[in-house]
Design a protein around this ligand. Structure first.
Ligand code: HEC
Length: 152
């Protein structure tokens, strides 16, 4: 008897605690992605690279839409592919994001470059469908890293 009387109070109490826990959780703490701690200079390098990545992707898709498949491949190789690797080698360690990343994160970055080169190879044939089939792996690498890692 006692138990049934107390049950609603218990439930309200638990609901109250849940609300409290939710309100007390600082914004961002619920982000399940792994935190990669990069030095500010490396973060700045990465951010600029990311903006360039998005512009390159936009150029690639516009060229594909205009059926300029080979040109799309050239942009991909130059801006995102193997040719774009090691761009930061001359910078100080502080400003180089790659070596400061967790190994798996860095590996995702490298596989993104390789996927862009595969796209470029397919695009060199001029066959748009063949190229498009490789493009999804390029965008997939952006998604994979963003879904798993954060830098702040
Ligand atoms: C190896 C991991 C990784 C890969 C691969 C990657 N990104 Fe990012 N990206 C990041 C991280 C980390 C940030 C957050 C950088 C920061 O602000 O500290 C970011 C931020 C961005 C931003 C926001 C930039 C801003 O102004 O804040 C854009 C846009 C972006 N990425 C686009 C892309 C595109 C497009 C690709 C694929 C071609 C890509 N990224 C691939 C890790 C990655």
């Amino acid at each position: 008897m006692k138990h049934t009387k107390l049950t609603p109070i218990y439930h309200s109490f638990m609901a109250f605690c849940t609300t409290l826990a939710f309100v007390a959780t600082p914004a961002g703490a619920a982000d399940p992605r792994q935190f990669a701690e990069l030095k500010p200079a490396a973060q700045e390098t990465l951010r600029q690279e990311m903006l360039d990545n998005l512009m390159a992707l936009n150029a690639i898709i516009s060229l594909l839409a205009g059926n300029q498949v080979k040109e799309a491949g050239e942009v991909a190789e130059k801006e995102l592919g193997r040719s774009a690797m090691g761009k930061n080698a001359s910078k100080s360690f502080e400003a180089r994001p790659g070596p400061q990343m967790p190994r798996e994160m860095h590996q995702l970055g490298i596989s993104g470059h390789l996927a862009a080169t595969e796209f470029a190879k397919a695009a060199a044939s001029g066959d748009r469908d063949k190229a498009l089939a490789e493009l999804s792996a390029v965008i997939g690498s952006c998604v994979a890293c963003h879904a798993s890692y954060r830098t702040r």
